[in-house]
Structures are given as C-alpha cells and as structure tokens.
Design a protein around this ligand. Structure first.
Ligand code: ZN
Ligand code: ZN
Ligand code: ZN
Length: 362
C-alpha cells in the first residue's frame, strides 16, 4: 500500500520540489497522524522527494511525538540549540524546498536565512492534491461527524425560546456539540432576526423575540480529527414574516437543486451557478453574497471551494458543503447547509435533519 508520505513524495517530485518542510497543522496531521500543537519551539517534518522522512522536534516533545505513532526517525533539538541550523543540516544539498503554506512567516524567513542557496516554494498544493480526495476511512469519519451534528440540531428546538439571548442558546448548543461526540466546538452561530442577515454573525446578547427567524450554523471537530458543519433555520414561536417565507421557499429550492445536480464530472463552479440562477431569477441574486460552499475534512474550510471561477471537475471522494443563503439586511437571513461527498455517480449527504423552516412550539 502506498502511504500518504509516499504519495506526497511523488507529487512533490512531479512539481520539481526536492524536499518538503511541514510545520504543525492539518497537513502534518494528515501526513503523519501527529497532531502537534503550533508552539513557539520548532517542530517540522522534513520529507525529501527521494529519501527517508525525519521529524524534527524540541526535546521536550519527543515522547509525545513518538506516542502518536510516528514510525520514522525523530530528531530532537535541545533547548539552547538553533533548530533552523539543524533543519538546514538535515535538508542538505536540496535546492527547491517546498514549505508549508501555513508555516509562520518568522520560520520561513529563518529557514531561508539558514539555507541561503535554497529556493523556497509553497508546498500547499502538494498536500492539497491528496487531501481533496477522501479515502474510505475519511468518508466514514465525516459521516460520523455529520450524524453527531445532526443529533445536536435535533435538540436545538428545546433551547430556542423567545426571551432567551443568542448567547444562552449558544451555550446549550456548545455543550451538546461535545456531548454528542465532538472533541471541540469550532463555531456556534445563532443569528436571530436581523443578526441572521450577517452570514458569520456568531452570538450576541440579543434577546430572541417571538416570530424571529433564527439561523443556527454549528460545527465541531471529532476525536478522529474530522469536522462537522451544518446550518438549519428555526422560528422561535409566532409567525414568520410573509416575505421571509417566500424567500425561504426559493432558498430551499435552490439548495435541493444543487444537491440533485452535484456529482463527479461536473465543475465546482457549475454547482454554484445551479443554485445561484434560481435565487437570482427570483430577484435575490444580490442577497446571496457568498460562494455556495467549501471543502471539509480535517479543516472546516479547505479545497474544493464551490465558487464561480473554480473550473475544477468534481471527483469521487471530494467532500464539500452546499450552503446557499439569502440575507436581507436589517431584517433577517436564511442559509441551508449540508455536507456531501461525491460517490461514484452522485452524492451522499451527511446531514439529514429536516431542511424546512423549523417552527419551535413555545
Ligand atoms: Zn462560513
Ligand atoms: Zn460551511
Ligand atoms: Zn456552516
């Protein structure tokens, strides 16, 4: 079996990169399984295109790194050593160094100084080419994450009450995100009434009023390292404004058309336009001001982005969100979001709670 490290070596080689240098973050975790914390002391994977990998760690992290199951050489540096000189020695005569896109600028500069003859290029596309196609174990992990966040959405109605603040409701949701199996809460958006018109509004002390539409967009990271992300819309008692009901029906049509359309062989941008055309034809084009979606895996936002201009052709194993929205400033907003993965001939949807506006009985 070809390992992720071996496949990364092949791709790096095909791009003319001699050695990859990867610091803590999603790429390191994906390649090695080591979820190192991004601390001030340097930790990095050195992966030559032809040769054996080495993990450079501060001495005090050595046993933690070994415990994560690293099966190749771990070289540690002592508290007063210069780790960049050590990396330069291990990299040796390699000329083109692919550095992690998310490496701190201070480290990239220090590496450049320690290896004056080397040429630094970005390594992000190498690992991204791997991460963009999920294998079976990753798909299973995303399915579990989707089921866990669905269990949270099924409980939201019991906490969403007129007279409570977004922050109070958000605290209940955050607790449930962990109780339902996530290791961490990544975000809790409770956008009530006019706050729903701001797509990335999080929580405020606004008191939810009867008849407020409420956007609830929540996600976390599972112990597997894979993320969840799903948005549903609730009505906290009362009656929804008639214009909202009309816009919501169009949004639901657009989102379901996008789910029916998305499959391997179509471009990422065409999934966006299938929904955008429906929303624009109904007169809400300007009010859908963000892309349709983002890839998801060990990070909530990664490739592929479902956005105009992205001509990438979707393939089996690509996982992403389908989350069109309509936002009426000063009034309310709505967004419906599911995580899906391309199967051989269509998609599997990981979020399966009802998508209609959920009337909370109070
Ligand atoms: Zn977002
Ligand atoms: Zn999302
Ligand atoms: Zn979301």
């Amino acid at each position: 079996m070809t390992t992720r490290l071996e496949r990364a070596q092949e791709i790096a080689g095909s791009k003319g990169i001699d050695t990859l240098v990867i610091t803590p973050g999603a790429d390191l975790r994906y390649l090695t399984g080591y979820a190192a914390l991004p601390l001030e002391r340097l930790t990095c994977l050195i992966l030559p295109t032809n040769g054996e990998p080495t993990l450079v760690v501060p001495a005090l992290e050595k046993s933690a790194a070994a415990a994560s199951g690293i099966s190749f050489e771990i070289v540690s540096w002592a508290e007063t050593d210069n780790p960049f000189a050590l990396v330069a020695r291990l990299v040796g005569s390699a000329r083109t160094i692919g550095i992690d896109d998310h490496m701190w600028a201070s480290r990239a500069f220090a590496l450049a100084k320690a290896m004056p003859a080397a040429n630094q290029v970005l390594a992000g596309s190498v690992v991204q080419e791997l991460r963009i196609r999920k294998d079976q174990a990753e798909i299973d992990s995303l399915r579990e994450a989707g089921a866990a966040i669905d269990r949270v959405h099924r409980q939201v109605a019991q906490w969403l009450r007129p007279g409570r603040t977004e922050r109070e409701v958000g605290a209940d949701i955050a607790r449930a995100i962990v109780e339902e199996g996530h290791e961490t809460v990544d975000f809790v958006i409770v956008g009530s009434g006019p706050n729903g018109a701001s797509p990335h509004h999080e929580l405020s002390d606004r008191v939810i009023e009867s008849g407020d539409p409420v956007v609830v967009d929540i996600g976390g990271t599972m112990p597997s390292g894979y993320c969840s992300d799903s948005t549903r819309n609730y009505l906290a008692g009362g009656e929804a404004p008639a214009d909202y009901v009309k816009a919501y029906a169009i949004l639901a049509d657009a989102q379901s058309a996008q789910r029916a359309y998305a499959r391997p062989g179509v471009t990422a941008e065409s999934v966006d336009s299938v929904g955008r055309d429906i929303i624009a034809a109904a007169g809400y084009g300007e009010q859908f001001m963000h892309r349709t979606g983002h890839g998801i895996g060990q990070e909530t936002h990664e490739e592929p982005y479902i956005v105009a201009g992205n001509t990438l052709i979707l393939e089996e194993g690509m996982a992403f969100s389908i989350e069109p929205g309509i936002y009426l400033e000063g009034l309310y907003g709505a967004r419906i979001e599911d995580i899906v993965v391309c199967t051989a001939d269509g998609i599997e949807c990981f979020n399966n709670t009802p998508r209609e506006l959920l009337h909370v009985e109070v």
